[in-house]
Design a protein. Structure first.
Length: 176
């Protein structure tokens, strides 16, 4: 049934991925501006990955040639994989916090004061902020849930791309 939906309505699936990303971004803004949680550098990188997935999936859903939408879907998959990597790294930092928990610089401070080649390793090294668990739902932190969402989107995108590559399209999305 689900695979049939991927075959008959791939544009809706891509739109659903975009809407899910926007909903996750809105929830992050709610946690930041209403609840008062400040995002760590890794959280901000995950937000950028969500924006990438949302934009690329939306562009893939726009009617076009098979090569057009598959290219954008691959970029959405790459952004989703990158977001999953960052969320997994943050989850790992939360499970095994650094011995010295320093807050370090904020994301924008790193980008403004250091060359990008030096700032990126600093972001992924994490800090005390990235290891802190300020909010949980069903026992999982924001990073844990973010990882699961990124992986779910990546799985859907992979299935969609594999089935499209095998010629399972029936709705004209594959045709020019």
């Amino acid at each position: 049934m689900v695979l049939n939906w991927l075959d008959t309505a791939p544009r809706r699936v891509l739109a659903l991925i975009s809407v899910a990303c926007v909903a996750m971004l809105a929830f992050g803004m709610y946690l930041q501006h209403v609840v008062g949680l400040e995002p760590c550098p890794m959280c901000i990188v995950q937000r950028y990955a969500l924006i990438g997935v949302a934009v690329f999936a939306a562009l893939a859903g726009v009617r076009g040639t098979k090569g057009w939408w598959m290219s954008w879907a691959v970029l959405a998959l790459v952004a989703s994989g990158f977001g999953a990597f960052v969320a997994a790294r943050q989850s790992w930092l939360q499970w095994y916090p650094p011995e010295i928990a320093t807050c370090g610089r904020d994301f924008y401070g790193m980008i403004e004061h250091f060359p990008i080649g030096r700032a990126i390793p600093m972001i992924f090294r994490g800090s005390g902020d990235c290891a802190a668990i300020d909010w949980t739902f069903l026992g999982g932190s924001i990073a844990n849930w973010s990882f699961l969402c990124f992986v779910a989107m990546a799985v859907v995108l992979v299935v969609l791309l594999v089935r499209a590559g095998r010629g399972h399209r029936r709705d004209g999305l594959a045709a020019a």
